[in-house]
Design a protein around this ligand. Structure first.
Ligand code: TXA
Ligand code: MG
Length: 313
């Protein structure tokens, strides 16, 4: 174990805040059993209280101890996708206190695959509550530098782990009710999950259980972001007539002040997305135009994050 990881585990035990890399995005971690530590986590994030937080573990065994019922589907999914970018919402055991569940009867658990996260969680031995390590409502960090920009010296330690491979937050599947429900699409698709559990998964809709994170403007840069249908970019740039930054698959014909090219496949796109939005957000433009990716299932997670960036949660 590196000295940084040992120090991270020690800080967590002492009620400190540690930002750490995961394969999805960087997390801001606190001991999930320590009310004061979690309260400080919320304060630093500027996150409203009563908002549930995902608890991270080094193994499925430890994660499932926080659930009072582990359905067969959860076992199958854990065997197939953990460690990895999947969060399961399960009925909670007494280990999950109100300050991590937001007072709900369920808890979100995840076993990340990033080696630094895994080492830290194994050294700590318990559950680590960790939202993304950004200020509430802003784009999630995918590098240690992003974390420092957002949270500066308000955290006790930022563990370095390189750029997050996946680049967008974990897929969240709610298994606490009668019907498996997708609360947040991610790198692991709904279709992959359905194949493993052999059941149809419902998309989060008005009848789905309360999911505070789904209601707010999330993952949003400060600059206005607008999704533009493919081939309509040039017309929109001309129509707006302001300084625009563009995120697109190819270079617009109209003159733009700032332009970033994105990969044409979803995994590569997701990996670059938040870094690109941060870069465009600091380009001093009046609007960010994003060429909409194809309306196909494999783009579901990316389109979800882009819609949120536009404020259409
Ligand atoms: O990839 C990820 O999941 C990252 C990394 C750090 O693991 N974490 C992350 O956490 O994205 P956060 O807090 O930024 O987003 C978690 C989402 C929130 O929208 C929250 O409302 C929802 O998960 N959530 C957490 N626990 C829940 C629960 N018990 N029931 C319903 N939603 C829950
Ligand atoms: Mg977040």
């Amino acid at each position: 174990m590196t000295p940084e990881v040992a120090r991270a585990a020690e800080l967590l035990r002492a009620g400190g805040l540690v930002a750490f890399p995961t394969e999805t995005v960087y997390g801001l971690g606190a001991d999930a059993s320590n009310a004061a530590a979690v309260a400080r986590l919320y304060a630093v994030k500027r996150r409203p209280p009563g908002h549930p937080v995902i608890v991270h573990f080094d193994s499925a065994e430890r994660a499932f101890a926080w659930a009072r019922e582990v359905p067969e589907a959860a076992c199958k999914l854990a065997a197939r996708f953990w460690p990895g970018p999947l969060t399961l919402i399960l009925k909670c055991s007494p280990l999950a206190k109100d300050f991590v569940t937001g007072g709900q009867d369920n808890v979100g658990v995840r076993v990340p695959s990033h080696p630094v996260a895994h080492e830290m969680l194994a050294a700590f031995g318990g559950g680590v509550a960790a939202p993304s390590a950004n200020r509430f409502g802003l784009v999630s960090p995918t590098t240690a530098a992003h974390v420092r920009e957002d949270l500066g010296n308000e955290v006790d330690l930022v563990l370095e782990g390189g750029p997050s491979e996946v680049g967008i937050e974990s897929t969240i599947l709610d298994l606490s009710g009668d019907v498996p429900t997708l609360l947040r699409p991610g790198h692991i698709s709904k279709q992959e999950l359905e194949q493993v559990i052999g059941r149809t998964i419902r998309d989060k809709g008005p009848i789905a259980p309360a999911h505070p994170g789904g209601l707010e403007r999330h993952y949003a840069p400060r600059t206005l972001v607008k999704l533009v249908p493919p081939h309509a970019l040039d017309a929109e740039i001309a129509r707006l007539g302001v300084k625009v930054a563009v995120l697109a698959f190819s270079r617009p014909d109209e003159r733009v002040d700032f332009w970033l090219r994105m990969p044409r496949e979803p995994a590569g796109y997701a990996h670059k997305l938040y870094g690109a939005l941060r870069e465009l957000d600091t380009s001093d433009c009046d609007a960010i135009l994003v060429e909409a990716p194809p309306d196909a299932p494999e783009w579901a997670a990316v389109r979800d994050r882009l819609r949120r960036a536009c404020g259409e949660a």
